[in-house]
Design a protein around this ligand. Structure first.
Ligand SMILES: [Zn+2]
Length: 117
């Protein structure tokens, strides 16, 4: 009688990053660290998803800023137009920063994948 206990890796029972749960494809090999929109994601993917969400929010804000600017112009309120212009610049640079971070994340992702064998 032999009892085979070799395959019991109870310590390895960490949950994996679930980034490809929705899309299929190769699963991310990293451990899940953070829950985002009900998916458990590793740090990098959580950050990626958050950045994308931020960009979307800022874009929506830009849309509204433009609407209000038009309205302010129509009502001849250059003070308000100027204020909105300020906000527009802030939103635009926030979007740019988020995109830069995203690009950086994705670049490191590719090189990281290239190392794996
Ligand atoms: Zn991941």
């Amino acid at each position: 009688m032999r009892e085979n206990k070799a395959q019991r890796h109870t310590s390895e029972k960490r949950s994996r990053c679930e980034i490809n749960h929705l899309f299929g494809g190769a699963p991310c090999p990293k451990a899940g660290k953070e829950k985002v929109d009900s998916l458990l994601l590793c740090e990098k993917h959580a950050l990626e998803v958050k950045l994308e969400g931020q960009i979307e929010c800022w874009n929506e804000m830009l849309f509204h800023i433009d609407l209000w600017s038009k309205e302010a112009t129509r009502r001849e309120r250059p003070d308000v137009v100027e204020l909105l212009q300020d906000q527009r610049e802030q939103a635009t640079s926030a979007i740019e920063r988020a995109y830069e971070e995203l690009n950086m994340l994705r670049r490191t992702d590719t090189s990281w994948r290239a190392w794996g064998t």
